[in-house]
Design a protein around this ligand. Structure first.
Ligand SMILES: Cc1ncc(COP(=O)(O)O)c(C=O)c1O
Length: 390
């Protein structure tokens, strides 16, 4: 008989009832060191007092009003995002997938209003992940996600990841947009070199194609900059944000330049919940904390510490690990074993990690993880790797 919860996930046999910083406490009292952070979501850890205060203060006033009215909390968050990024405007969603949907619609509408309604081709890359809606799976194009769900939304062409020559051959003045994650998350913590991102920006400028970045996983301080593309010194036309921006509260956003967003006039898009007072009260507090230079400097310092220890771990277990990759606290351990086996071995050592494609184990701790917890994490990973070897 089918379970009451639709069984689309292979869940681990553990449930958590409480959290404190980088620790998640299971119903039987066992404390797990959480290096998954709800898949790169809990940027400030569990039960962060400042976020709890922001949420409860708002919860005692008003939760939801709909976008039929002014929402000061939403305006505040939009102001913060516009101030700190390339963007001129923001639309709030409840998830990364919804951000992908709007980004795609924005691209189409842009060319429609520019008098080129058949300019719809969006170039994407193998290994990408943009969500699970019909549009987002068509954009990613992987058989694993699309099988059985056709016919797929047309207008996407998938190129080999990071293959600039393939992009040069594919992009023309008929291309609508190029869509990519500066660091692929689900694809296995695969960063695109800064020089390649600059070249992609230049190719978009030459052809007029819009550059759409998906920073749902790599954004919001995860890489040690507020957004990953900042390392390359370029800006996109449209960007998808989610996960970390809500610190655990469902929230996403599409950020855009005025030029790209201009055709999205009243009536062209909407959401009942998107940008509601509760979500935006939390999102603004997250932004105030994470977008601070001193906070981001700490992320980079911790990243260096973590990386150094992980290099030692890789050297100690050459049969299990191949290397470390990623940026900031978006780190991946390329494995010689199945990452799912390591995740399982981690449960036995009370550490939570997340597998990814390309045989990679993802380490996505809260961005405010302590140095002691980083050391503890590496010690537990060391034991888990030894258990696998034994
Ligand atoms: C890069 C990227 N884009 C989009 C999404 C989809 O976001 P959500 O699961 O919030 O819909 C994800 C989720 O993992 C992601 O990593």
């Amino acid at each position: 008989m089918i379970s009451h919860v639709l069984p689309t996930y292979n869940r681990a046999p553990v449930a958590f009832e409480r959290g404190e910083g980088a620790w998640a406490i299971a119903t039987d009292g066992t404390r797990y060191l959480d290096l998954g952070a709800g898949i790169a979501v809990n940027v400030l850890g569990h039960a962060n007092p400042e976020l709890v205060a922001a949420l409860t203060e708002q919860a005692g006033r008003i939760w939801h009003v709909s976008n039929l009215y002014q929402i000061p909390q939403q305006e505040r968050l939009a102001d913060l995002l516009v101030e700190k990024t390339f963007a001129d405007t923001a639309f709030f969603t409840n998830s990364g997938t919804e951000a992908a949907e709007l980004a795609i619609k924005m691209v189409r509408r842009y060319w429609h209003d520019a008098g080129q309604p058949d300019r719809i081709e969006i170039l994407t890359f193998e290994g990408a992940f943009h969500g699970r809606s019909t549009g987002a799976i068509a954009a990613a194009g992987s058989e694993k996600m699309t099988a059985g769900f056709g016919p797929l939304m047309p207008g996407f062409r998938t190129l080999p990841w990071g293959d600039i020559e393939a992009l040069k051959a594919a992009i023309t003045d008929r291309t609508a947009a190029v869509l990519l994650e500066p660091i692929q998350g689900e694809g296995g913590i695969r960063p695109l070199p800064d020089a390649d991102l600059r070249e992609i920006r230049a190719l978009c400028d030459q052809t007029g194609a819009l550059l759409v970045l998906d920073e749902v996983q790599c954004g919001m301080g995860r890489t040690g900059r507020l957004f990953a593309h900042e390392y390359a010194g370029i800006t996109p036309d449209i960007m998808m944000v989610a996960k970390g921006i809500g610190g655990g509260f469902p929230l996403g956003a599409v950020l855009a330049t005025e030029k790209a967003a201009k055709p999205m006039i009243a009536g062209t898009h909407g959401s009942t919940y998107g940008g509601n007072p509760l979500a935006c009260a939390v999102g603004s507090r997250v932004m105030e904390i994470v977008a601070d230079d001193a906070f981001l400097a700490e992320v980079n310092r911790k990243s260096a510490l973590f990386r150094q220890k992980l290099e030692g771990l890789v050297a100690a277990h050459p049969q299990v690990f191949e290397g470390v990759r990623g940026q900031g606290l978006m780190l991946g351990l390329k494995c010689r074993v199945a990452p799912a086996d390591l995740v399982k071995a981690g449960y036995a050592r009370q550490i939570l990690t997340v597998p990814a494609a390309d045989n990679t184990l993802r380490l996505l701790p809260p961005l405010n993880i302590s140095d002691e917890d980083i050391a503890e994490a590496v010690s537990r990973l060391d034991k888990a790797a030894a258990d696998l070897n034994a």
